[in-house]
Design a protein around this ligand. Structure first.
Ligand code: SF4
Length: 209
């Protein structure tokens, strides 16, 4: 069985574990680790999406004691497996209500499903880290190569939809991945804050997360 639940620092009892729901994504970012390596800290991240909720639970239960935080992340966009994500979040809420749940997302979910996905996850996820990645649509398209229309505007709308749903949002940019793309970090921060989100400048790390 491939890696569905993993930790990033090979600790035996990590406080945070990550859930790798899919390898599909509606972006193709130039800094995406999927283009460069197969693993995150030794865990092979490729799979074919043929797994069950029980498989996730089984891998999650191998982490003892129970982690304090679960993050939907991995080598792909977690919301593309929205129903599986919801099912595991519901399982956690029922069986481990003390666990904090976060999603790391490209922010395309509402555009993909043409519905308010943020509202669907109200109460099921505590926080979202949403990739803003640029201060303007042109540069966003260069960096992220999105497969959906008006992606940059959709990301901003999703940030707002999440904050409206009471989800704590951190909008992020990645810096330091090459010299050609200068990110206007201050402007990104202002955009994030105007949408009700916190902001994080995430320096590119080669190990993954
Ligand atoms: S949004 Fe994340 S998973 Fe998708 S291409 Fe970009 S870095 Fe990779």
């Amino acid at each position: 069985m491939y890696t569905l639940v993993y930790s990033i620092n090979e600790e035996k009892s990590p406080e945070t574990v990550y859930v790798n729901l899919t390898n599909a994504c509606t972006n193709s970012c130039i800094f995406c680790l999927r283009e460069q390596k197969d693993d995150v800290c030794g865990s092979n991240m490729w799979h074919d999406d043929k797994y069950t909720l029980e498989d996730i639970i089984e891998q999650f239960n191998k982490f003892v004691p129970t982690p304090k935080q679960v993050v939907f992340c991995g080598y792909g966009e977690p919301f593309l497996k929205k129903d599986m994500m919801k099912a595991f979040a519901q399982y956690l809420r029922k069986n481990h209500p003390e666990i904090r749940i976060r999603v790391n997302t490209n922010g395309h979910a509402n555009a993909i499903y043409k519905t308010n996905v943020a509202e669907e996850f109200k109460g099921l996820i505590d926080s979202a880290s949403i990739s803003l990645n640029s201060s303007n649509a042109e540069q966003y398209n260069e960096i992220c190569n999105p497969k959906i229309e008006n992606a940059y505007e959709e990301v901003k709308k999703f940030i707002k939809a999440c904050t409206n749903a009471g989800i704590e949002v951190t909008a992020s940019v990645v810096t330091g991945f090459d010299k050609e793309h200068e990110i206007d970090v201050q402007k990104c921060k202002e955009i994030a804050e105007s949408l009700g989100a916190k902001f994080r400048d995430r320096e590119f790390i080669t190990n993954g997360y």
